[in-house]
Write a protein that binds this ligand. Structure first.
Ligand SMILES: [Zn+2]
Length: 223
């Protein structure tokens, strides 16, 4: 049963300053209002904020963001992390009851990242490690999109309008989805990243949601 397009709800999880780009970017997670129970894609960055102070983070509680949609953290049945950079998995510990889905390769690579170990390796963490594409709950699949990191995946959601994507960091902006080349230092493996972008376009999505762009790319029906 496909979901309504508005079952994908963007959560504002703060802002980060990228000094090498001299740019502030928003950080988003996504609430998925699934008929079998609510789920979450990415959990933002965690606390204490001093751990990532070079990025000038502002307070951003995922529990507060969910409360604006009348959801309590204990309502969340599952979490998907697109990858394990600190701004995508920092508040996993808020959801001890929920399994966290990510790629096996990403888990094995986690020590390469700046992510504080305490944000991942807390008591009771329940990771479900995947090897490739997988359906997490009916109508919600992960599709592997390596490049930004080795074990990155994006999320494809079946909606009544057609497939919708949550790109994760496989694609940051509307312009990038439409063809603007990604900036080099942000991709661990550029050829893989370009193949992954192409893979996302081949889904022929009706909507693409971004973790670092306030806009949503929408398919424009030809007139
Ligand atoms: Zn990110």
């Amino acid at each position: 049963m496909p979901l309504a397009p508005d079952a994908i709800v963007r959560l504002n999880l703060g802002r980060l300053w990228l000094s090498y780009l001299k740019m502030q970017i928003p950080v988003h997670g996504f609430l998925i209002k699934h008929p079998d129970g609510a789920g979450l894609v990415d959990t933002g960055y965690g606390t204490p904020l001093e751990l990532i102070k070079d990025y000038r983070p502002v307070n951003a509680s995922v529990a507060d963001a969910l409360a604006r949609h009348d959801i309590h953290p204990s309502d969340i049945r599952w979490v998907i992390n697109s990858h394990l950079h600190f701004d995508h998995c920092g508040q996993n510990a808020v959801f001890p009851q929920a399994p966290e889905y990510l790629q096996h390769r990403e888990w094995e690579n986690r020590q390469q990242y700046e992510t504080p170990a305490a944000w991942l390796e807390y008591a009771g963490a329940r990771f479900e490690l995947l090897d490739g594409d997988a359906e997490v709950v009916p109508g919600v699949r992960v599709v592997t999109t390596p490049g930004h990191t080795i074990g990155h995946h994006s999320i494809e959601i079946e909606t009544t309008d057609g497939p919708a994507l949550i790109a994760g960091d496989a694609c940051w902006t509307v312009e990038m989805f439409e063809g603007k080349p990604p900036q080099g230092p942000m991709m661990d493996d550029m050829p893989a990243a370009l193949r992954s972008l192409q893979r996302l376009r081949e889904v022929k999505p009706t909507a693409v949601h971004f973790c670092h762009d306030k806009r949503t790319w929408m398919h424009k029906t030809a007139l």
